[in-house]
Design a binder for this molecule. Structure first.
Ligand code: APR
Length: 271
């Protein structure tokens, strides 16, 4: 490990131990080491798709596909591919470190753009899913709620996506409770994420390209309220200019080293 990286890891660990209200803002880079592809990294879903993500992941594209009843093969393939990975994914070392920092009381909340439920399974309890969750789904006509397992069963049975609502006299399309481009964020999640960004004194930004708003505005809100900003990401982001520390590296390697340093500091404090 370079001298510079060692120093940065020690400083971030010190800031965590000294923080009053640390929060995490995470993106898809948090889950690539669990086998779930990110969107804009070198192997990302949008990187590989090549076209405009709007073509397949906007609410308009979803509604067109649903009403035309002719499934868009690319959307089908993309969705079924992601579903497979979501079902088999497990929390990785990064999720577990965030869970430990949460349990130790340093991290008060995790704001995530991810829909994979892996922060919860990694041990964090206060998780704000600003882009929704794959765990539930809703009929776009009558609002009937479904669990992911029901949705998957219906898709495998009918062989097409989206499945139709089973409520009598409905037959509307069932959409996963994830936020598509062009959709509003869940209001409560948005309000809570703003509150945490205004309250934190240390924002740890983990594995996000920070290009999708309003989530990408949260670092600016935190910064303007005097918080320290730490970005840990494989690639540059447009918010690097407001970061107090930037660590280029894999989260699965860097986060365990930060936790090690935190526990060393705790021992020194305890001794
Ligand atoms: N360690 C560190 N960084 C990583 C790792 C890793 N193991 N894996 C990927 N990264 C970095 C990538 O280099 C990239 O910069 O994480 C970042 C992920 O960025 P995106 O793929 O753009 O994901 P995200 O920022 O979460 O996207 C925001 O865009 O398409 C929408 O709704 C979708 O929530 C998503 C939103």
């Amino acid at each position: 490990m370079t001298e510079d990286l060692t120093e940065k890891i020690k400083t971030v660990a010190k800031w965590i131990v000294e923080s009053k209200y640390a929060i995490v803002l995470s993106g898809a880079g948090m889950s690539t080491e669990s086998g779930i592809p990110d969107f804009r990294g070198p192997e990302g879903v949008w990187t590989k798709l090549g076209d405009d993500p709007m073509d397949v992941s906007s609410i308009a594209a979803f509604e067109d596909m649903a009403s035309s009843k002719t499934p868009d093969p690319r959307m089908q393939e993309m969705l079924m591919g992601i579903v497979q990975k979501l079902i088999t994914a497990r929390p990785n070392k990064g999720h577990k470190v965030v869970g430990k920092l949460y349990k130790k009381g340093y991290v008060k909340a995790v704001i995530t753009q991810n829909i994979d439920n892996l922060h919860q399974r990694g041990g964090a309890k206060e998780v704000i899913e600003v882009h929704g969750t794959y765990k539930t789904a809703t009929c776009m006509t009558c609002g009937n709620k479904y669990k992911f397992e029901q949705l998957l069963q219906m898709v495998l049975q009918d062989g097409m996506f989206p499945p139709l609502c089973e409520k009598t006299q409905c037959g509307g399309f069932i959409k996963p409770d994830v936020v598509f481009f062009g959709e509003m964020l869940p209001p409560m999640a948005l309000r809570k994420s703003m509150h945490y960004a205004e309250t934190t004194d240390l924002m740890l930004i983990l594995g996000s390209s920070l290009v999708v708003y309003p989530a990408a505005n949260l670092p600016n809100i935190a910064k303007s309220n005097g918080a320290k900003i730490v970005i840990i990401n494989d690639e540059e982001t447009p918010k690097d200019n407001i970061a107090d520390i930037i660590i280029r590296g894999r989260l699965g390697e860097v986060l365990p080293k930060i936790l090690e340093e935190v526990e060393l500091l705790e021992q020194k404090k305890g001794s």
